[in-house]
Design a protein around this ligand. Structure first.
Ligand code: T46
Length: 350
């Protein structure tokens, strides 16, 4: 069946994996990727699919309602997969307003355009918001987030995502816009911008730089391979129930210090370095302000209702991820040096 779908933030980490999956799996779909190409959005992430006939890239901001309206008119979208977001918690602590702008105002602008474009006939339409488990706040040493857990965001980043989730739900309740939200745990995998824990430490191990561990490294995250996440989004987009929320997680909890030790172990082996070499780079630094202790997802609803489960064991996913970075040092050097940005700045005039 033919569909025209708008993916926002398709040049980002999760967005590029999602775009690739949809382009390759659904040749009958027309996919329009609207991305502002901020520091974390990178067209190199989509090099392998950029010439596909069902793919179009538009450089632009989700807050630009005139632009988004014109795209709805031109492409007659039946679906929106909304990935565009500022995503780094540390950046949100130093610049909260940037997060309100993109994550809150950007999402509401998009909702408004979708509602206006679809208001005469919601049949077959879906606005899908890709969100985070951080909206639920922080867990103690036990328990899991379920879809019924009350929102309790604690960082400017999670507050902005919680707010955007609430707007998505509000458009459903007030205007009956068909929406779905999924809240996912920490992702890892290829094309992850090296400001986040895993790619940052891979980059630093390669370059023999310190591995900064906040506090004592005892905070816990539930890690999911990004390709498993986008498979879940695909399943939910096609089979989920409008108005519903789905939690997505890896059931794969690690203390930060343990995950970095595992990363060091694998990288010493792959780089042919003596055992214990990379661990010596571990450096405990000042803790993140308001650092959430633990996230863990109960993804039973997704498993029972839609049959999704993670496919990859963590050690294997981490090994695949490290191999990708070792084979793509040019990508890593470009995104850390700014060479890539200046190339696309010239190309797209930003
Ligand atoms: C960058 C960095 C992080 N950390 C700690 C902080 C966290 O406890 C853990 C992971 O940090 P990271 O910034 O990679 O990810 P989270 O803060 O958990 O948030 C991530 O996962 C959720 C679901 C999203 O929704 C966010 O968009 C995504 O960024 O390592 C360090 O100890 N050192 C460092 O240098």
């Amino acid at each position: 069946m033919k569909k025209n779908i708008l993916i926002t933030g398709g040049a980002g980490f999760i967005g590029s994996h999602l775009t690739r999956l949809f382009i390759n799996k659904y040749p009958d779909y027309t996919i329009v990727n609207l991305d502002k190409l901020t520091y974390a959005g990178n067209l190199e992430n989509l090099k392998d699919i950029e010439d596909k006939p069902n793919y179009t890239f538009i450089k632009g901001d989700i807050e630009n309602m005139e632009l988004v309206k014109s795209l709805f008119i031109k492409y007659d979208f039946t679906g929106v997969l909304h990935c565009a977001a500022e995503s780094h918690v540390d950046r949100s602590i130093t610049d909260p307003l940037a997060f309100v702008k993109t994550n809150v105002l950007g999402t509401v602008s998009l909702l408004q355009v979708a509602k206006d474009a679809w208001k005469d006939n919601y049949e077959g339409k879906l606005f899908y918001h890709i969100s985070t488990d951080e909206v639920y706040g922080s867990l103690g040493e036990t328990g899991f987030f379920t879809e019924e857990t009350a929102y309790d965001p604690r960082s400017p980043y999670s507050a902005s995502k919680a707010s955007s989730d609430h707007f998505v739900s509000a458009y459903h309740h007030t205007y009956h816009l068909p929406v779905i939200i999924s809240n996912c745990s920490n992702n890892y995998g290829p094309y992850h911008f090296p400001e986040k824990l895993i790619p940052l430490c891979i980059h630093n191990i390669i370059n023999n730089k310190p591995l900064p561990i906040y506090g004592k490294g005892l905070n816990v995250r539930d890690w999911l391979f990004v390709e498993d996440h986008v498979r879940a989004i695909d399943t939910i987009f096609h089979n989920g129930k409008p108005g519903e929320t789905y939690n997505i997680g890896g059931h794969n909890e690690w203390k930060n210090i343990d995950i970095i030790k595992e990363l060091c172990r694998q990288m010493d082996e792959k780089l042919g370095r003596e055992k214990g070499t990379s661990e010596k780079l571990i450096t405990f630094v000042k803790d993140r302000a308001g650092h959430d202790l633990r996230y863990a997802i109960d993804a039973t609803k997704l498993k029972n209702e839609l049959g999704w489960q993670p496919s990859l064991q963590f050690e294997e996913g981490l090994s695949k991820t490290i191999d990708w970075y070792l084979n793509n040092t040019e990508w890593l050097n470009d995104v850390t040096s700014g060479a890539y940005r200046s190339y696309y700045e010239k190309q797209y005039g930003i």
